[in-house]
Design a binder for this molecule. Sequence first.
Ligand SMILES: *Cc1c(COP(=O)(O)O)cnc(C)c1O
Length: 408
Amino acid sequence: MTVDTNRTQELITLTERSTAHNYHPLPVVVAEADGAWVTDVEGRRYLDCLAAYSAVNFGHRHPEIVDAVRAQLDRVTLTSRAFHHDTLGPFARELADLAGKDLVLPMNTGAEAVETAIKVARKWGYEVKGVPEDRATIVVADGNFHGRTISIVSFSTDPVARTHFGPFTPGFKVAPYGDAPSVADAIDETTVAVLIEPIQGEAGVIVPPEGYLSQVRQLCDARELLFIADEIQSGLGRTGATFACDHEDVVPDLYLLGKALGGGVVPVSAVVGNEDVLGVIHPGEHGSTFGGNPLACAAGRAVVGMLGTGEWQRRAAELGSHLMDGLQPLVGHGLHAVRGRGLWAGIDIDPDLMSGRQACEALLAEGVLVKDTHGSTIRLAPPLVVEAEEIDLAVDALSRVLAAGPQR
Ligand SMILES: *Cc1c(COP(=O)(O)O)cnc(C)c1O
C-alpha cells in the first residue's frame, strides 16, 4: 500500500471547507472497512470500538447483510408506500415477531422513530385514554438523547443541544433518570406516555438501578400510560439481549429501533407495537417517502434473521464480560469509573489526567477508534464480530494511554 501522508490532511481540509461544522471528527479519514477493522486513506488499520454508535453492530459489511442488500439492488430499491412491494411484508412480520408485537411502522432515522412514537402516543392519549385535546404530556428522563429534531431537542436537558433553537415544542416533563418515584410525581391526568432509554447511551452508557424499568412499567400500567422504550442504541444485541428491557423482563408498549436495524448499510428505523396502540394511525396521518423502502427492508430482514438465533446476543454478553474484566483493573489507574452492559461500556477518564478528546486522540495513534461523549467519558462499543484478543488489544492500548498521561 502506498503511503501518502498529505492525503489525510487534504481530505480533512476539503471536508472542513465544504461541510457545516456540526461535528468535530477525530483526524482520521476512513477509506475501507471490514468486520471490526477500518483502513484509512494511508493504509493504516484501526480497530473500530465505536461501531457508528452501534449502527454497525454486526461489523462493517457483514457478508449476510451485504449479500441481501446487493440482491435487492438488482431487483427494486424504491417504490414509495403508494404501492406495495414484496419485501416490506416479510420484514415487518419478522421484526414484529422478534419483538413479540403485532405491527411495525417503518421510518428511516432514529429521530423519525421517536417523532412517530410521540405522535402515536398523543393520538392514543386523545382517542383511547380520553385526555383533553392539545393537553397531552409525555414524561422523559434527565440526560436523555433521542435525536436532533425541534420537538426532540425541546425535551433535551443538554444546553448544547438546545441553546438558540427555541421556541420549543410543549408537552414534555423531565424526571431524573433512574428514579421511579420522580416519574410517578411527574405523572398527572394529562400524561399519555413515559419515554426513556432503558440504558442511556449518549449520556455515557448509564445503566439505571435494578428495578427502575419494571417500576416504570408498573406505573404505566397503574396510570394507563404507554411505556415507550427508545432502544435505538441499546437494542438489537448490543447489551447481550435482543432488547435492553429484556434484562428486567420488561415489555414496553412501543419499541423504538434504528441504528443497527439497517445493518450498517442504510438508515432503517421502526416503531414496533400492538394494534391497540399503533392502530390509532390511519392512511395519510403519518409517513415517509423512504420509510419501509425495499432496500431498507432487505437490510432489516437480514439483521432480524441474524438475531433470530440468539448467537449475537450470547456473543455480546460473553465478550462484554471479557471487556469489563479488562477495564475494571484500570479503575484508580487513570479511570474513575467503568460501567456497562453486554458489549457496551462507558468509562470515565480521570479529568485531571486528560480530557476524553485527548484520550481518543491518543487511542487513535494506538490504532483504536473511539469517541468521547461528554467531558471525560468515552463509550466503548466494538462491533459484535470483534474477537476477545482484539478487545485485549484495545484495553492494552487504553492502559498505555492512561499510563503515559497528559504529555501525549
Ligand atoms: C442515535 C439515537 C437516536 C437518533 O437516531 P438518528 O438516526 O441519529 O436520528 C435516538 N435515540 C437514541 C437512544 C439514539 O442513540
